[in-house]
Design a protein around this ligand. Structure first.
Ligand SMILES: [Zn+2]
Length: 235
């Protein structure tokens, strides 16, 4: 019997996350302002944490032909997740979902898929972290480059294990710090149109934009995790 084998190559449009209404997730304004709560129990120096996270976000901003822009606006303390028009990256020491998950990005969108808010939680309850690619533990920048892809509305690349948007990572991995051609293709597909710059009022707090919506407005929450891949599974 002859089996026909079809390789599942991911097309950019197939790789967009969709909300419960089936609409692809996307931002409608740029830049995407975010804050960092560098407080952590992983023993990571806070300055190094900020540098690694800013670098992870900037990786997507620098894609030629894509107009997605992350903008770091400052640190904050005691950050918590939730829909609050406040995009924050923080460490979570009381992880309540699967311990295999390295990090989770939550997005909140309108029915038509416009993302209004994201939060990114790093699992410090179950995993050790490093900033320098220590072979024994998870690399923060590696993981968060992947998560910043989710925050742009990108799903997993099922085909390319080297892609930043591949669904799992292993200790010491650094490959996801750099985008592959397929990662870049998704960013270019989703954000090919240049955005007008949105400026904040001096009266507004950083990374917050007040959104008023009429009656019947629905909010869609989506959670996208990164799974830890065990070293033994590597070929
Ligand atoms: Zn993921």
């Amino acid at each position: 019997m002859l089996l026909s084998l079809s390789l599942a190559l991911a097309e950019p449009h197939d790789q967009m996350l969709t909300n419960a209404a089936g609409a692809p997730l996307h931002w409608a304004t740029m830049p995407i302002r975010y804050t960092i709560d560098p407080t952590n129990t992983a023993g990571l120096a806070e300055a190094g944490v900020v540098a690694a996270i800013v670098e992870a976000a900037a990786t997507w901003t620098s894609v030629e032909g894509a107009h997605a822009e992350y903008r770091f606006v400052g640190t904050e303390r005691d950050a918590v997740g939730g829909y609050d028009d406040h995009n924050v990256v923080f460490f979570d020491d009381s992880w309540e979902v699967s311990p295999d998950l390295l990090a989770i990005t939550s997005t909140w969108s309108t029915e038509d898929g416009e993302i209004l808010d994201f939060d990114m939680a790093v699992n410090t309850a179950d995993h050790a972290w490093a900033l320098d690619g220590d072979a024994e533990v998870e690399d923060l920048q590696n993981t968060l480059t992947h998560e910043f892809g989710h925050a742009l509305g990108f799903g997993h690349d099922p085909a390319d294990i080297a892609a930043t948007m591949f669904a799992s990572a292993h200790p010491g991995e650094l490959a996801k710090r750099d985008l592959t051609e397929s990662d870049e293709a998704v960013a270019i597909f989703a954000y090919s149109v240049e955005f007008p710059e949105t400026e904040l009022d001096a009266s507004e707090s950083p990374s917050c934009s007040t959104t008023s919506r009429g009656p019947g407005w629905a909010l869609f929450a989506l959670v996208a995790p990164l799974l830890r891949r065990r070293r033994s599974e590597l070929a």
